[in-house]
Design a protein around this ligand. Sequence first.
Ligand SMILES: O=C(O)c1cc(=O)[nH]c(=O)n1[C@@H]1O[C@H](COP(=O)(O)O)[C@@H](O)[C@H]1O
Length: 273
Amino acid sequence: MNRQQLIEQIKTKKSFLCVGLDTDLKKIPQHLLDDEDPIFTFNKAVIDATAPYCVAYKPNLAFYEAFGIKGMVAFEKTVDYLKAHCPDHFVIADAKRGDIGNTSAMYARTFFGEYDIDALTVAPYMGEDSVSPFLTYDGKWVVLLALTSNKGSHDFQLTADAGGERLFEKVLRVSRQWGDADNMMYVVGATQGKMFSDIRRIVPDHFLLVPGVGAQGGSLHEVCRYGMTDDCGLLVNSSRGIIYASQGDDFAEAAAKAAHELQQEMAAELAAR
Ligand SMILES: O=C(O)c1cc(=O)[nH]c(=O)n1[C@@H]1O[C@H](COP(=O)(O)O)[C@@H](O)[C@H]1O
């Protein structure tokens, strides 16, 4: 999906919600465990329930790889289901990859060639030659970690060099030359609040993938206030806050309600701009 198509979807649905498919067998309704493929059954129900309210889905590979081949089968079925039933939704594989060039090329082949997914989260630490193999696929996106939502973001990302430039700022300044706003996005945690203004000074046009609302306590309003652009420029992810809104038999209805509530808040933020 290209940038213009993504912007159109956001305008049409009045939503920039990304639903995170972080499916954990310990948290899904226990009766689903009798099913042949409980992860896929759960995902399918969540997707059917939330699709009207979101523009993107983000399965996190950790939750699939943890179950070996069975988990990866569930991942592939989920991706295939999204392609068949939600062709207008943007799909992000959250795998946080990045390695020496020839290895990154294989990761790129996996997610963009084999699975044909729109976007992949990538770590910037190993530099340009670790990221550029992901940028050789037409119409595919790198979502580069910039300023993450967790406490550990203070350990490296927020430390400054002798000139006063913080590491996340250097990541943005240098990496924006590797691609452009049509094939790169950045991860910025919703918990980072006013820091979105600093991000926007360096990457005014790039889309930002923003995890950390809901379970991690980030504020949607602050994210929009400091990070929203004329094109919206945001994909805000919530995983646990939506998919485990209820752990009972009504999990799909509860997920729909949680997604709808976030969509309504997003519609108000878009209208207020
Ligand atoms: O790259 C990510 O998506 C990511 C980056 C980050 O800084 N913080 C973060 O929480 N994430 C992911 O976003 C999701 C957040 O999930 P919830 O906290 O349950 O909404 C998880 O899949 C995380 O791995």
